[in-house]
Design a protein around this ligand. Structure first.
Ligand SMILES: [Zn+2]
Length: 504
């Protein structure tokens, strides 16, 4: 490094502390998370009573007459009972309330919100996938499942202005720099987000690198993908890049919108629902593939994973084999027959360690609905990696904490979190600390075609670095989460420095 030292160079002695490549979060919702920072956060609510108290306190702190919006509640709060608008009416009767679940796949709204949207007595939604849940008395219960139903209320909430978004994004970038994140693969994207990030990049105001897809939804004209490519042809990175598209093929296990190969474990015949007709799904993926785009598909259920792999295989067959690196996002469940197909098709498994942390605790909705026959291949990191799949880890922020060190700790402590209440011979799905760090660094760079630019500390790659307070390799796994980020460097520039570490 001495050869590169100039008069402006700042020398930092890490004092024996661990320095790792800048962390890459491979599944992220940057603007969604930034916007949520200004709203009610219910992630920490321990039970329904606590959740309602938090809503009540937030309502009291907000100006009268405005929408109350928030996110983060967990399905387990309801203990299997209905997600009920009357619970909200009892504390906020006079103004509309819109609260999305932690995963963003369900909304809980009050009567005022349903009335304002004109759907208290139901709504015609063309999708089977999404619905306004109804009571026996013919009125809406207050639960809205998946995008189209949620959108019927959400469209009435005043949209944030561009200034609001810029302000919240600045705040979010500061928080994320403090977590050691130097790159994110955003999982939603459109012209508005593209314009926002362009402005930040032009002002040198981005403290992390962004890979931005076009969000695709059912019914969309495939021509939109061609237009998207034309709009961003100049964005080849390394700060802001496009070149990818994102689709959802299913929802989530907790609301039974995840697509399964066999019925849910609740005694029903339900296997969930696909978000697309098979032909349309295959056509969109083949179109994007033919244009050289990388494809991200949200696939949580084992049926969704299979359908997505089938669509990738069909695209390869139609367009010819190339280094496409298409991805399945989440892979919460998988059938053993599909495990080797990731390596065969060159498909990446993009997974989130903190999602598995709640996968098996008692009273858990995921655990109950997935059922014991599917648990062994739930969040199957070890099985997939052993079968040759590339793993790329992320958070899905704001779905769970964006803190990669918490993700790393969760990956190492999984047995304790997940299996303590069982005496079974389930496969051990933990991976090693080296493998986990790889999934947050070099695996992430490979998953966005940037392995020659970043993800490792070697000469010639971008100077994205993180200095940690502790050597992760020397700590007992139970203590990993106590580690803190001391310094984050992105592109050779310090974007975060912990105040107590001054003088290093
Ligand atoms: Zn996501």
């Amino acid at each position: 490094m001495q050869a590169w030292r100039g008069s402006q160079s700042e020398m930092i002695d890490a004092g024996g502390r661990l320095v790792i490549p800048g962390l890459i979060d491979s599944h992220f919702h940057l603007l969604m998370g930034a916007r949520a920072l200004g709203n009610l956060q219910l992630d920490a609510a321990t039970d329904l009573e606590d959740c309602l108290a938090r809503i009540h306190n937030f309502a009291a702190s907000q100006p009268q007459g405005q929408w109350l919006t928030g996110r983060g509640w967990r399905y387990a709060l309801f203990r299997g009972a209905a997600i009920d608008r009357n619970l909200l009416d009892a504390i906020v009767p006079d103004r509309p309330v819109y609260l999305s679940a932690f995963d963003g796949h369900t909304a809980w709204v009050n009567t005022a919100a349903l009335e304002l949207a004109g759907i208290l007595h139901g709504a015609d939604i063309s999708s089977d996938f999404s619905r306004v849940v109804m009571r026996d008395d013919g009125t809406a219960s207050g639960e809205l499942r998946e995008g189209p139903a949620m959108q019927m209320v959400r469209q009435h909430i005043p949209a944030p202005t561009e200034e609001d978004d810029a302000r919240m994004l600045r705040l979010a970038l500061r928080e994320l720099a403090a977590l050691g994140i130097t790159s994110v693969h955003n999982m939603d994207g459109d012209e508005r987000q593209l314009a926002l990030y362009r402005t930040f990049a032009a002002r040198d105001a981005l403290s992390l690198r962004i890979y931005l897809p076009l969000s695709i939804s059912p019914g969309m004209d495939p021509q939109r993908i061609d237009e998207w490519i034309a709009q961003n042809a100049d964005l080849r990175g390394p700060l802001l890049r496009c070149g990818c598209v994102k689709l959802f093929i299913d929802g989530v296990v907790e609301s039974k919108t995840a697509l399964l190969l066999a019925p849910y474990a609740d005694g029903s015949d339900d296997c969930g629902i696909a978000n697309y007709e098979r032909a349309e799904f295959f056509r969109l993926i083949a179109h994007a593939d033919a244009l050289g785009q990388q494809v991200f598909v949200h696939g949580i259920g084992d049926g969704a994973v299979r359908l997505t792999l089938d669509a990738y295989a069909a695209a390869q067959h139609a367009n010819g084999m190339r280094d496409s690196r298409h991805r399945v996002e989440h892979v919460e469940l998988i059938d053993s027959a599909d495990v080797p197909r990731f390596a065969q098709l060159g498909v990446i498994a993009a997974m989130q360690p903190l999602h598995a942390g709640f996968g098996y605790d008692e009273h858990n909705t995921w655990r109950r609905l997935a059922g014991p026959t599917r648990w062994p291949l739930g969040f199957a990191w070890r099985t997939l990696r052993d079968a040759g799949a590339t793993l790329a880890f992320g958070s899905d922020w704001p779905v769970v904490s964006a803190d990669p060190l918490r993700g790393i700790a969760a990956a190492q402590n999984r047995i304790k979190l997940d299996f303590s209440s069982f005496d079974s011979d389930f496969p051990d799905q933990r991976i090693t600390l080296e493998e986990t760090l790889a999934a947050y660094t070099v695996g992430g760079s490979y998953a966005e075609f940037m392995e020659h630019e970043k993800g490792q500390l070697v000469p010639g790659k971008l100077a994205d670095l993180v200095m940690l307070s502790d050597d992760l390799f020397a700590l007992p796994t139970a203590a990993l989460s106590k580690t803190q980020v001391e310094i984050t460097v992105m592109g050779g520039k310090i974007v975060y420095q912990r105040s107590t570490s001054k003088g290093v």
